[in-house]
Every structure is written in C-alpha cells, then in structure tokens.
Design a protein around this ligand. Sequence first.
Ligand code: 3HC
Ligand code: NAI
Length: 655
Amino acid sequence: MTSPVSISVDGGVATVLIDNPPVNATSQAVRQGILDAIREIDANDTVQAAVLACAGRTFVAGADIREFGKPPEEPHLPDVLQAVETARVPVVAAIHGSALGGGLELALACHARIADGKAKLGLPEVTLGLVPGAGGTVRLPRLVAMENAMEMVTGGKPVSAGRALEIGLVDRISNNDLVSEARAYAEELIQSGKPEPTSARTPRDRPDASFWTEKEKRIAAKARGQQSPVEALHALRDSVTLPVADALTAERARFLRLRDTEQAAALRYMFFAERNTGRPAEIENVEPLGLGVAGVVGGGTMGAGIAAAMLLAGMTVVLTERDAAAAETARERVAGILDGSRKRGLLSDAAWKDALSRFSAQDNYNALSAADLVIEAVFEDMGVKREVFTELDRVCRADAILASNTSYLDVNELANATKDPSRVVGLHFFSPAHIMKLLEIVRTDAAAPATLATAFALAKKLRKIPVLAGVCDGFIGNRIMAAYRRECDFILEEGALPQDVDAAMRDYGFAMGIYAVQDMAGLDIAWAMRKRRAATRPADERYSRIADRLCELGRFGRKTAAGWYAYADGAKAGQPDPAVEKIILEESARLGFTRKPFTAEEIMERILASMQAEARAVLDEGIALKPSDIDVAMVHGYGFPRFRGGPMFAAGYRD
Ligand code: 3HC
Ligand code: NAI
C-alpha cells in the first residue's frame, strides 16, 4: 500500500505532503508516514529545511475519529510530534482549510506556521468529550496568551487565520500560493536559524490561582455536567504549573481516560449521526431544483427567522404579509435579525447591505410568481393555511416547491388543497430559525423525489441538519415532546412542582426545563392542538388538565407575564407562582393522588422513559428512518444534552 505521506526535495527544502482524503486525518498510516519523512529528512544532509503541507481541501483536521473506538496503534501522535519538534531542520507548517485537533497540534509542533487567509484553526476535542492528547494544551500557551488558549481549548471553537495571526498562533498569512510562500519562509529560516521548539519556550503568562478558580466556576456552569471543558482547563493549568514533560504525560493520560468515557462515546456518536441523517432512497441521483428566489408567507416569529436564514445563505427573499402595516413590521423584524448578526460580528457591513438588498416585504402575493420555493409560516390554523396554499397554487410557477412550517398540522391535507400535491413538503424550522440547526423535512405521501431532493439541498445551503420525518401529529420532535410534556404534567399531579421538574432537567444537562421552555415559546399553540384532538381522545386515556386551566386564565407564558411561572415587571426569569401551585394541588386532590416527593433521578427516569416509548412508536410507524435521526432531532431542536447522545443512545440504541 502506498503511504499517504510523500516527500520531495528541491534546493535544500523538503516538502512533506499529506494526502489522506477526505480531511487528512492522522490515521495510523499518516502518523507512520510523517515519522518516516522526518527520519528521512534527519538522515539527508542536503535538506536544510522542510515544509509540511496537505493535499486536497484541508490541512489535517485531527485524529481519525473512527479509530477512537479501537485499540491505539503505534506510532502514537505525541511521539510523531516529538520527532517533528526535534527534527534536525526547521519545519514550517503550511495551513489551508482547517487545522483542527491533532492537526493543529501537528502545526504547533512545527517551528513556524503560515496560514492561508481563509484557514481555520482550533482544538475542538472538548466537543468530542476529550482534551487535546498530543501536546496541544502544553504548546498552545507557549505561543498565545493563556486567556486565548483557554478560550480555544475549553470552548472548542476554531479561530480564523486573521485572529490566529493577531494572537500569535501563526506567524504569517499567505496571500498567494501557500506552499511557495511556505518554502520561501523555510529558506529564510535556513538563514536566520531554527526557532526554538515550541515546548521549550516560556509560557506567555502564568496566571495566579484566582484565575483558575474563577474560570473553573464559569466553565463548569456552562458545561452543565459535561466533563471535558473542565478537564481541558485542568490540562492548561498543568501546562504552566508542571515541568513540560510531566504536563505532556498528564495531558495524554487525561485524553486516554476521557476517550473511554460514556460522554466521549456519546459525542462521537453524535458527530457521525449529525453527518449521516437519513435520506430517502428515492432521491439518490436526483437533481434538486433551483433555490435562487424564495418566498415566505407570514413574517411573524418564524417567517422572519426563516427569511433571515435564507438571506444569510445568499438567497433572494420575498415576504408576504396580510396588509401593508404587517409587511412593514415583518420587514423591521427581518432587518432587526440581520442587524443583530452584524452587531455580533457574524456579518460584515458589506454582507449586511447585500443581504438587505436581496429582501423585500409586500402585502400581496404577486412577487411570489418568481419564487423557486415558498415557505408559509402563517398562524397554526388549518383554515388559514389551506387558503394560503390555494392562493399559492394560483400565483406560483407550476414547478415551484410549496412548503409549510406547520408544527403539528397534516401536511398531506395541505398538499391536497393544491393542484399538484407532488411539489408540497413540510419544512419544520425551529425558533430562532436563523440559529437553530435542525430542519425537519416532512415527507408528504405524494412528494416527488425532486421536491425532497430540493428540501435537502435547502438544508445544506442554510447549513442546517436535515432530519426526514413522516406526516403525523407533531412529526418526530414535537410528537416526542408532547409525550414527555404530558408525562411531566402527570408528575406534577403526583407530587412535584414545575420548578422541581425544570431543576431535574437542568441537572441532567438541558439548558432549560420543559416548563420554562413552554413559557418562552407560548402555551397557546399546544393548547389549540389539544383542543383539536379532544374529540378523538379515548375516554380512558389519562389526561392532565393543569395546562388547560392555566391557558383558560390567559396564562400563555412570558408574553402574558404569566404561565407556569410568574414574570413580574417583564422579568425574563420566571418565579414559582403560588397560583400555579394551587391549581396543581387542586388537580392532585380532584384525581385522588396523595402527593409524594420526587428525586431529580426519579423525574428524569420518567421523562426519559416517556421519550423513549414515543420514539419507539415513531420508529415503528416509519415516521423516523433510524434511531440516530431521533437523537439528532432531540439534541438540535429540543435542548437534549449533546454529551448524552440523545434519548435513543441513552436507551442503548446504536446504529
Ligand atoms: N476523523 C474521521 N473522519 C472525519 C473526521 C475525523 N477527524 N473529520 C471529518 N471526517 C469525515 C466526515 O465524517 C465526512 O465523512 P463522509 O464524507 O463519509 O460523510 C467527511 O470527513 C467530511 O466531513 P464533513 O462533512 O464534516 O466536511 P466539512 O467540509 O463540512 O467539514 C471539517 C470539515 C471542518 C474538518 C469537519 O469535518 C470537522 O470539524 N471534523 C472534525 C474535526 C475534529 O473534531 N478534530 C479533532 C479530532 S480529536 C483529535 O484530534 C485528538 C487529538 O488531540 C489527539
Ligand atoms: P406568529 O403569530 O408570530 O406569525 C404568524 C404571521 O403570519 C403573522 O405575522 C400574521 O400576520 C401572518 N399571517 C397570518 N395569516 C396570513 C396570511 N393569510 N397571509 C400572510 N400572512 C399571514 O406565528 P409563528 O410563531 O411565527 O408561527 C408560524 C407558524 O410556524 C405556525 O404554523 C407555527 O405552528 C409554526 N412554528 C412555530 C414555532 C415557534 O416556536 N413559534 C416553531 C416551529 C413552527
């Protein structure tokens, strides 16, 4: 087998090229290849400097995640990097694409770094439940200030090449041909002498004990039970408090210990699950239709967010509202979202102007005649939505895709309200739609392969994670949420209070509990759904009346200053409300329950069991294609902690 690492020597400078598609991960063959190349360079007196570069779309994007579940094979990455760092000649890393994890560690072990202007550099190991395991925590603080190192290692987010230059992570940015500039740099180093190995350098700073205490408090709170960010902080502390060799050994031990944890297994599973959500067999080799111009009907919370998401992805968007005043409000809403992205530095001034120039809001359907795709996000009411679809049928092109963002309604019924149901699909976005990663693609009975292929293409364009769902009340996510919300209400009837349930969910790792979430989203849509279902509900089905009683009092959540909690004076955080407790106690008494205390574990057991039971039904009915799709939906749409892998993973499912 030929090695994925090749070496060529020209005029005293060797170029070591790694070519291991798709992302040049440091598989065993790559590690061996780099080691052999360094040995060859060490043995060849004509070589005076070396460049380490990669073929294809990226620099080394890290260790091969697929090898983590298997016994480690020699040579180990830390030993390879040690060989690079102690090579006889200076080695320059030429970075393009992404230098991530073990890839950035490789660059850190080189004597100098030059990056393409579009490159990204990061240590994302924490997102896989790990800490860097090949010297990243030891070498990084010897190039950049500890505050910057801490952000990169404990947060896992990559930095841009520009930022890397600013903080001292790379020495130069390449503006033309990266490898030629790296070679020129290597030649300069032949003249000026080999820079000191990174690990032999003095750390940029050595923060005092209070720095570590304060950071640990903040990082642990943010991690909500995930271990790796705190472990990463400890590894960084070791790097400036222990001798270098001991810090390297301690880091490796930490990496190996974490690699075998359930959290790391869950995060690895998620990494692949997110990239492999199911696609229907019939869209293989089907070309998606165009996605240049999109229409949005309804510019409320969701419509505005969907419009913004599409504008941010470079599409042209026409939004339609009920009248001129509503169109103006919607326009302001969309402009506000784009402005927020600009203020947070996610959008340059030029890109912001460009996005706004591609947007218009109107009070009629005329402009929708040019759209490739129209997404309706009007009120959750079948009558209103049917009227919208009838109108779209009239004005849109015959090949335009018509989509509904409905949360619960029957998309087949909407499709049947049009002349050609094969072009209708559900596109269920999550709020805020320009941020949330999940997109449920709801397959109607008659949906044509090109319609589905275009829905998947849209997800890709918007950088969302598509999960295919069948038509049913609530599709995958809302249906499972309805099931565990029902279970939570039963727990209230039996003895707990909303704040107990929410605290148990937060302890488990959810950002918010179910009751705080309902207050934030509004209780009215689910109430309407329950009323709709009331007629067909079996008489013997257990049903909690607590939520209905709150809604009957006009308690729709934060927007009415009262829901499951009270929100005095516009407060964002709700307070437990005696009026709610009174209703809960009355319902317990009415149903004849003797209230009993619940532990957080008991609450979570009940919640997980109800999620898992509904998830199994969703699978059995073919609403979801596979267990990991359900996990992706629950993690990315409903705040299920990613480090627990989702409810199916927690129940032992693997695929
Ligand atoms: N190992 C194995 N496979 C990987 C991989 C890795 N590190 N990174 C990506 N892949 C695979 C993906 O599964 C996908 O495979 P497929 O085509 O068969 O589905 C393919 O490479 C392309 O990946 P993406 O679809 O994600 O491509 P993008 O262009 O969107 O993104 C990327 C590229 C930014 C490199 C992204 O893949 C990524 O973030 N990868 C993970 C990087 C990472 O976490 N590295 C750290 C590993 S841990 C480590 O290095 C430990 C060390 O400290 C010892
Ligand atoms: P919203 O009430 O904020 O917005 C609805 C908008 O539609 C209003 O601006 C209204 O003026 C407009 N509208 C109503 N009838 C119209 C018509 N005939 N033509 C043009 N515009 C019309 O509602 P929201 O929250 O944005 O929800 C919209 C849809 O998205 C609903 O189907 C809802 O179930 C779904 N959804 C809501 C989520 C949420 O978190 N709010 C999440 C996912 C889906």
